[in-house]
Ligand binder design. Structure first.
Ligand SMILES: [Zn+2]
Length: 451
C-alpha cells in the first residue's frame, strides 16, 4: 500500500436481517457460579478517572491553553490503578451482542442532517438514526428479548400490565451476570504509568453516512446518502425503504504511535498504563444462566480461545482508535454452585475447574458475522499500525497528526468525488482508502456537526 492510502481506525461487523428475539426458555438447566479471569495488557491502556484536573503535571504550557487542556489520572481504587467492572461488562457485552445477533442497546444521535446531492446550495435533509436502525433498535418488550438483553439486562424494555387493573407496567430487567472491578496482580512501578498527550479523538459521527450506511442496492451509483443516490449524473430517490446500517462499530488492533502533539483545548493529557507492565484479575458472577448462555459467555470472554498468548483480543478503555487498550482475557478457573437433596435437606456445594480448556468452542448461528468479528479481534492486524489513521488529506504529513478540520476536509472532498469512497467490507483483502487532494479554495467553515 502506498503512502497515499490509509486504513480507517474502525469498521463494522455486519448485522443479520433482524435480531434473534425469543421468549425465555425455563426448561433448560441453569448454572450459578463465577469465572476468575485474567487480563493481559497487549498495548498501553488508558482508563481515565473522569475528573478533569486543572493543573499541568508536566511541561508548562501557556496559561490560556492550560485552562482548557484537560489532564486525567488513571482510575484508582484505594490508591491503586484499577479497571471498573462496568467498563469490562460493556466491552464483553458488545462482543456478545455482535456474536449473538442482538439489538443495539442504545442509539447514537437521534437525527442528523445531510446535503441533498443535486442542490448546489446544499439544501439540508433530515435523517433519523432510529428509523435507520429499524429492528436493531433497543428491545422494548420484556417477553421478547434478544440474547444480550436477556443475559446482561435492559433498562428499556417493559412489560405491559395484563390484568388491566391499572397497575404500572414493569420496566427493565435485571441482568444475570455481574462483573467485579479488576485489580493489578503485581505492584505498579513508577515507570509503569506515564502521562500521554493524545492526538485529537474524533467522536462517533453517525452523519458520516458514507461510512455508517450500506450502499443503495443498485449498480454504479456514484453518490448516495440515506434518501437519494446519483446514477448517470441523475439524482434518484432511494427505493429501499428499510435502509441498512453497516453494522456494529469495532476498532482495529493497532499500536499507539509516538507523535509530538501540542496541548490544546481539543485534546487531553492522560495517565496511561504501559502494556505488559502488570496483569489484572476480576470475577464474572452468573446466576441462573442456561448451559447455552454459559458457553456463549465463555466465548465472549475469550473469543473461544482461552490462551494468554492467543491472537483474538478485546479493546478496552479510552483512545481505542489511536491504538490503546488491546487486552487478552483468559478464564483461569470456573466455580459452579451445585445443589443436591439429601433426604429432605437441600445441600449446596461448589465445584471448581482449575485448568479450564484452551478453547471454548461455541457454534454461533451466523458464521459470516463471526468471521468478521474475529477478523476485527485479531491482534495480528496491529502489524498494519503505521497505516491505520483517520481520513487524511494528501499533504498532511504523518508527523503532524491529522486534526478535526483535516478529517472534516477529507469528508467534504470525498462527497465531491465520483464514485464516492466508502469503507471496504471488514473481510476485504484491501482495506485502504485514498488520501484526497487538498481543496484549492478554502472558503468552507469547519462545521464538525455535519459529518
Ligand atoms: Zn435487546
Amino acid at each position: 500500500m502506498s503512502n497515499n492510502r490509509f486504513i480507517n481506525p474502525y469498521n463494522f461487523v455486519p448485522f443479520d436481517k433482524e435480531p434473534d428475539r425469543t421468549t425465555s426458555n425455563d426448561t433448560e438447566r441453569k448454572n450459578t457460579g463465577f469465572f476468575d479471569v485474567t487480563i493481559k495488557l497487549k498495548t498501553d491502556l488508558i482508563i481515565p478517572d473522569g475528573k478533569k484536573l486543572d493543573f499541568d503535571w508536566e511541561t508548562p504550557i501557556p496559561a490560556k491553553d492550560n485552562k482548557k487542556h484537560g489532564h486525567y489520572r488513571f482510575f484508582r481504587l484505594n490508591g491503586k490503578p484499577a479497571i471498573p467492572g462496568s467498563s469490562l461488562r460493556g466491552m464483553v457485552r458488545s462482543v456478545f451482542e455482535a456474536a449473538s445477533n442482538s439489538c443495539l442497546p442504545f442509539l447514537l444521535d437521534d437525527s442528523f442532517t445531510m446535503r441533498s446531492p443535486a442542490k448546489k446550495k446544499g439544501r439540508e435533509e433530515q435523517g433519523s438514526w432510529k428509523s435507520i436502525m429499524g429492528k436493531y433498535s433497543p428491545c422494548t418488550d420484556i417477553d421478547e428479548l434478544c440474547p444480550a438483553c436477556r443475559l446482561f439486562g435492559t433498562t428499556e424494555a417493559a412489560k405491559e400490565s395484563k390484568n388491566g387493573n391499572g397497575s404500572l407496567p414493569v420496566k427493565g430487567l435485571k441482568g444475570r451476570v455481574r462483573f467485579t472491578d479488576a485489580l493489578p496482580t503485581q505492584p505498579i512501578k513508577e515507570d509503569d504509568i506515564q502521562a500521554c498527550t493524545l492526538q485529537i479523538l474524533a467522536e462517533p459521527r453517525p452523519t458520516a453516512f458514507e461510512f455508517y450506511l450500506n450502499k443503495p442496492n443498485v449498480e454504479n451509483a456514484t453518490y448516495w446518502n440515506c434518501k437519494h443516490y446519483i446514477i448517470d449524473g441523475k439524482q434518484k430517490e432511494r427505493q429501499d425503504s428499510k435502509l441498512v446500517p453497516r453494522g456494529r462499530k469495532f476498532y482495529w488492533h493497532s499500536r499507539p504511535k509516538p507523535a509530538k502533539v501540542k496541548k490544546g483545548n481539543m485534546n487531553a493529557t492522560m495517565e496511561c498504563l504501559i502494556g505488559g507492565s502488570t496483569d489484572f484479575q476480576f470475577q464474572v458472577y452468573f446466576d441462573g444462566i442456561t448451559d447455552t448462555e454459559l458457553k456463549q459467555l465463555e466465548w465472549a470472554l475469550t473469543f473461544g480461545e482461552n490462551d494468554a498468548d492467543g491472537r483474538y483480543c478485546h479493546k478496552l478503555g479510552h483512545a481505542r482508535p489511536l491504538g490503546y487498550g488491546s487486552v487478552k482475557l483468559t478464564i483461569d478457573r470456573i466455580t459452579l454452585r451445585k445443589l443436591r437433596w439429601e433426604g429432605n435437606r437441600l445441600i449446596s456445594s461448589t465445584e471448581t475447574v482449575e485448568n479450564p480448556p484452551k478453547d471454548f468452542k461455541y457454534c454461533w448461528k451466523n458464521q459470516e458475522i463471526i468471521k468478521a468479528l474475529l477478523k476485527m479481534a485479531d491482534y495480528d492486524f496491529s502489524k498494519n499500525a503505521d497505516r491505520i489513521d483517520y481520513p487524511h488529506l494528501k499533504d498532511a504529513s504523518s508527523d503532524d497528526p491529522c486534526d478535526d478540520s483535516c478529517i472534516f476536509q477529507w469528508f467534504v472532498k470525498n462527497r465531491k468525488t465520483r464514485p464516492i469512497n466508502t469503507l471496504p467490507d471488514p473481510l476485504a483483502i484491501d482495506l485502504s482508502l485514498p488520501k484526497l487532494e487538498k481543496e484549492q479554495k478554502q472558503n468552507h467553515k469547519s462545521n464538525s456537526k455535519r459529518w
